[in-house]
Ligand binder design. Structure first.
Ligand code: ADP
Ligand code: MG
Length: 459
């Protein structure tokens, strides 16, 4: 095996073990430099990736290398080098040895004078709990805040509702301002951007609009997926983006889905969105949920929750962080009103009515059909119709899967709902999706997002 073949084999293995977004983000521009007597050099495109490899992927890379070569690996050196230059053997930018971690924490002090930038003072890095589902997005946001316009431009964060996208986005703004109050940071929702643009056209104030958006140091746009189908706004955003990017001004975007999955998005915009770094946030694991609850209790100054109670809440509320907070608030409010202390039992009975009961009982098969059709941007008639086109078949199977899994509907009932199909079709769909989510990360993420939309509607 040549060393390039070794690295390709390693990449092949790694691709199977991490999410697609992570893989392309981190491994796209890497190469192997040398491999000798168990000493390996891996080229990475920048210091941020280097730090991340050392901190997060080191043991994974090491073991995979050992597996592929069947030889022990003694040491791995990560070198920052523009891989496109590797062939020319241009001098590396930096050459330092392995250090366990050099991603720095940014300290954030919120200066009260900056409220006019549209930032919520609560959403700073200090109040953000880092866990498995969001550590990558968190690190990327810190990098963008530390070196605006340099590290990753644009930074594109996507994931389901209530998982901390807005919080992270605003934290970037706070951190940039925290370091330099003269910086101009603009946070807007996509809706506000759109309305602003439309108003500027109507009132003949295009120049003011340009001045406002193209002169900032950092532009933070929340929920950019809502730009879908709005051609004029897309065009304007395209020019705004180019103007900012050209002068190394930081752009950070959030969305409920990756750029490729935003329907009716001009391809030149999609490609711009993917220029920098695309990272996802996913549902918090149990430990993170407990840590978040603990932090929120501290924030609210309420000390009457035992560990067991917090664990109970974290077990009962799994979907997202907004719901977790909502559940905590509900418990606090209930006991304040009753003037009693919470117990594990009162918590359980309060939350069982929030979570499973309300979800299972209030979500109808029609809602599932509607949510999935909307998610894939398809008409309901198409979904329920006879066509077997692939673009329709998968969403249709997903609907059947969710009806079975979440609503516990019978197969004949599911078949009936989905355009009068046979119960064997529903059975087949269920087992097919169940098997596919094991290996198909994108499908798994899609399902997670769809579930979350259903949760939000039903609460
Ligand atoms: P999204 O924009 O992804 O829908 P938000 O950023 O609005 O989600 O987060 C929902 C709520 O959960 C906010 O109150 C936010 O402060 C809180 N939250 C989300 N993630 C975290 C986290 N990792 N640590 C602490 N609070 C969080
Ligand atoms: Mg949000």
């Amino acid at each position: 095996m040549t060393i390039d073949q070794i690295w390709n084999a390693v990449l092949g293995e790694l691709e199977l073990s991490i999410s697609k977004a992570n893989f392309t983000t981190w491994f796209r521009n890497t190469a192997i430099g040398s491999y000798q007597n168990g000493e390996v050099t891996i080229y990475v495109p920048n210091t941020f990736t280097k730090a991340w490899f050392e901190k997060k992927f080191h043991s994974n890379i090491l073991h995979t290398l050992e597996n592929v070569t069947n030889e022990p690996v003694k040491r791995i050196l990560y070198k920052v080098e523009n891989v496109r230059n590797v062939v020319l053997r241009i001098e590396p930018v930096q050459d330092t040895e392995f250090t366990p971690s050099n991603i720095q924490e940014v300290s954030t002090v919120y200066p009260s004078s900056q409220q006019s930038f549209g930032l919520n003072p609560k959403y700073h890095f200090g109040a953000f709990i880092v866990g498995k589902g969001n550590e990558l997005a968190h690190a990327a946001c810190q990098a963008a805040a530390n070196n605006p316009g340099v590290s990753y431009n644009p930074l594109f964060i996507y994931g389901g509702v209530g998982l901390g996208k807005t919080h992270l986005l605003q934290a970037v703004g706070h951190a940039i301002l925290g370091k330099d109050t003269n910086k101009k940071v603009l946070y807007v929702t996509c809706e506000a951007f759109t309305n602003d643009f439309i108003r500027s056209v109507r009132t003949g104030k295009a120049k003011e609009f340009k001045d406002r958006y193209r002169t900032v140091d950092a532009l933070l746009i929340d929920d950019i997926q809502f730009i879908t189908g709005k051609e004029g706004t897309q065009e304007e955003f395209f020019h705004t983006f180019n103007a900012l990017h050209q002068f190394n001004k930081q752009v950070v975007l959030t969305s409920d889905r990756p750029p490729k999955a935003i329907p009716a998005l001009e391809s030149r915009l999609q490609s711009r969105f993917e220029w920098g770094l695309t990272v996802d946030v996913s549902s918090p694991d149990y430990e993170t949920r407990v840590a978040i609850l603990r932090a929120k209790c501290q924030e609210k100054n309420c000390s009457f929750f035992s560990n067991e109670m917090l664990q109970q809440i974290a077990t009962l509320v799994q979907s997202n962080i907004r719901e977790l907070e909502g559940a905590l608030n509900k418990i606090i409010a209930y006991h304040e009103l009753k003037n009693t202390r919470p117990t594990v039992d009162t918590i359980r009975s309060l939350l069982s009515s929030v979570e499973s009961v309300s979800f299972r009982k209030s979500v109808t098969p029609k809602q599932v059909i509607l949510t999935v059709s909307k998610f894939y941007d398809l008409a309901i008639e198409e979904i329920l119709g006879k066509s077997r086109e692939k673009r329709l078949a998968l969403p249709r199977q997903i609907i059947m899967f969710i009806m079975r899994e979440e609503l516990k509907s019978s197969y004949p009932a599911i078949g009936q709902e989905i355009g009068g199909r046979d119960h064997t079709t529903a059975m087949h769909a269920y087992s097919k999706i169940l098997a596919e989510i094991e290996n198909d990360l994108k499908l798994k993420q899609d399902l997670e997002m769809i579930r979350q939309r259903l949760y939000v509607q039903s609460v």
